[in-house]
Every structure is written in C-alpha cells, then in structure tokens.
Ligand binder design. Structure first.
Ligand SMILES: O=C(O)c1ccc[n+]([C@@H]2O[C@H](COP(=O)([O-])O)[C@@H](O)[C@H]2O)c1
Ligand SMILES: Cc1cc2nc[nH]c2cc1C
Length: 337
C-alpha cells in the first residue's frame, strides 16, 4: 500500500505566492496554511476548484445497547432519511454543493426495500457486544476495510476532488471511546462522553462497558485485531476509505468522533496517510479531541456540534474554497501603484 506524497514544491510555491499577495504578511492566518496544504495535495498553485465534494455515510449498528439516548432502530430509520435528502448532513452538504451517499455497512435490518446500491457493501448485521465478545468475526475487519478501499475508488473514479467520511450508528461513540482508549493508552474516564445526550446514569453504564471491553480485549497491537475486538465493520470500512484516499492522493475532510477513531486506526495501518487529511471541525466528544491531538490535526471549525453524519466537515468546505480563492484571485503587493 503506497501512500501518495503531497507535492512539497507546490507547497513552497504557494507559500511564496501567499507572501506576495496584496495584504500584510501572514494576515490571512489559517487560510494561508490551508491554501498551502491544498496546493501540496493538488500539486498545483492555485489548487483546482473543489467542485466535486462527496460525503459517504457509513451506517451500522452495535451489539452494545443502552449506551445511547436513542434506540438502535434509529440507525435503520435514518438510512431512509438520508435517502430522502432530509438528514442534517443532506441539508448542510446541499449548501456546500456536496453530494451525500449513504451505505448500509452493518445496519441490523434486512434492508429489503432500499435500493440495492445502498446495501452493495454490506458486511454484516450489527456487531458483537464489545464488553463480552469480539465486535467482528475472523476476516471481517479486513473484508470491511477492503470495502472501504473500493468505496473510495468508486468516488475518486467518479471525479471526487475532496472526500468526507460520515457516520450513522446508534452506539458509535461507545466503540470509538474503546478504540481510542486502547490505541492511545487512555482511561475510559478520559474518552467517554455523553454521545447523543445520555444522563449521568447512562454515562456510568457507558464507562463500565468501555472498561469491561478494554479489559476483555487486553493489549492489542495489530490494527485489524483491534477492529475485530473493539471496532465495527463501519469503522474498518471508514479506515479503508481514508487509506485509499491517501493512496490516490485525494484530500479528505474528517468529521467528528467516528472520523477521529477511524483515522487513528487508518494511520496505524498506513503511516503517512494522515498527510492527506484535514480535521473539518471539533466535536464536543472527548475521544475526538484525543484522536485529533494524536494525529496532530487542528480542527478548522469549532461550532459545538455533535451530530456526526459528516455534518461538521461539510461546513468547512467553504473555508477550503476560500483558501483556494485567495491564491487564485488576489492581486500582488508588487503591483501596488
Ligand atoms: O461525531 C460527533 O461529534 C458525534 C457525537 C455524538 C453523537 N454522534 C452521532 O450519534 C450517534 C452516536 O451516538 P451514541 O450516543 O448513540 O453513541 C452516531 O450516529 C453519531 O453519528 C456524533
Ligand atoms: C435522530 C438521529 C440522527 C442522527 N444522525 C447521526 N446520529 C444520529 C442520532 C439520532 C438519534
């Protein structure tokens, strides 16, 4: 698996041009860093316009129950909402001119009446309850990862300039907490948040489940073993999606909790892949903050969001377009009369 290399010469050329633009040196702050980053990713100054932005929502259920403020049936119901274009990310992606594709990777339903393309990458129904059993069976983590590679290829071959991973899964924040704690050697207390909005009793139950899961799993070094023990098919597929974007040299805007955990695992599988990812926004969940810190990624936006779906990342798309526009359209100090 060969990760593409961002173009250092294009980055240097972008920095030189930014310094020569008609403004005080450095006065466009983070926009300048993003402009240089995007130039390196596209190997061009200015970078290409971000005309084709694609969100892929990975949907799946979990064996752990009672860890969320909402019942697991919401996951399947939300698949229909995405298909109807009525989800939060559908609306916000629409504003950013981005397309949304939802995929049932591991929803616990038969999905008989949704279009076949929605279930084309299905791995299983739900996953094991991580406090008492492995999330996945032998071979499923790798199979799901390979689905993620294929999904990224489909989007990139279809013309994507920028990819956004989204997630939908009641219980997602519990498994993300377990995976992030295991990878970074953290305590349940550090990483367990309130997810969809659980109360103190709910959080106490969630802490106990994450603690039991971490004890059951023990020290896991191999990322696929970690996905099998504590992860999910969606997490493995999202990791594959992130790795393949880096292999193909296509930039990614990460979203919230699920993106953070998947990105940490993906970096274990493919070190260097993180050079192709930006953090779109900061979630309120603590595991995401730890994941982003470990990945050395600074979120573009901080709006107090905790919806998931890719909803935070798509709102950073106009910021990236702004970063490109300054390089493309601003005048030069040298031309001042
Ligand atoms: O990404 C986030 O910031 C985020 C924070 C809390 C919840 N979510 C979404 O809510 C679901 C998981 O929450 P929970 O409480 O069921 O673990 C899942 O569908 C996520 O997309 C997402
Ligand atoms: C309604 C609803 C929508 C969501 N989108 C992502 N996670 C979600 C959780 C719930 C409960």
């Amino acid at each position: 698996m060969r990760i593409a290399t961002p173009d250092a010469a294009a980055e240097a050329a972008a920095r030189a041009r930014l310094d020569g633009l008609v403004k005080p040196l450095g006065s466009l702050g983070r926009l300048e860093d993003l402009a240089a980053w995007l130039s390196a990713a596209h190997g061009a100054v200015p970078p290409r316009p971000l005309d084709d932005v694609r969100v892929v929502v990975f949907a799946g259920d979990h064996g752990v129950s009672g860890m969320s403020a909402y019942p697991r049936e919401v996951t399947a119901a939300m698949v229909r909402v995405f298909l109807a274009g009525k989800s939060g990310v559908s609306v916000l992606a629409g504003l950013a001119g981005a397309k949304v594709r939802v995929l049932d990777i591991a929803v616990d339903w038969d999905g008989a009446d949704v279009p076949a393309e929605v279930t084309a990458h299905k791995v299983r129904r739900g996953s094991g309850a991580i406090d008492v059993e492995d999330a996945l069976a032998e071979g499923e983590a790798r199979a799901a990862f390979e689905h993620g590679l294929a999904i990224a290829d489909e989007e990139i071959d279809g013309g994507a300039d920028l990819l956004v991973p989204g997630d939908m899964g009641i219980g997602n924040t519990t498994i993300c907490a377990a995976v992030v704690a295991s990878l970074l050697g953290l305590l349940p207390e550090d990483v367990v948040g309130t997810g969809t909005g659980i109360d103190e009793d709910g959080r106490a139950r969630k802490l106990a489940v994450v603690e039991a899961a971490l004890i059951r799993a023990g020290a896991v070094k191999d990322p696929f073993a970690l996905l099998t023990s504590l992860g999910s098919a969606c997490l493995a597929a999202t990791a594959g999606f992130l790795v393949q974007a880096a292999v193909r040299g296509v930039p990614v805007l990460l979203d919230g909790v699920f993106s953070g955990a998947a990105a940490l695992v993906a970096r274990e599988i493919a070190p260097g892949a993180e050079r192709w990812w930006l953090a779109g926004h900061r979630s309120t969940e603590p595991s995401q903050a730890y994941a982003l810190k470990a990945l050395d990624l600074e979120p573009i936006l901080d709006l107090g969001l905790r919806l998931g779906e890719g909803s935070g990342a798509v709102q950073a798309v106009p910021v990236l377009r702004a970063a490109r526009a300054i390089l493309a359209d601003m005048g030069l100090l040298a031309d001042l009369a």
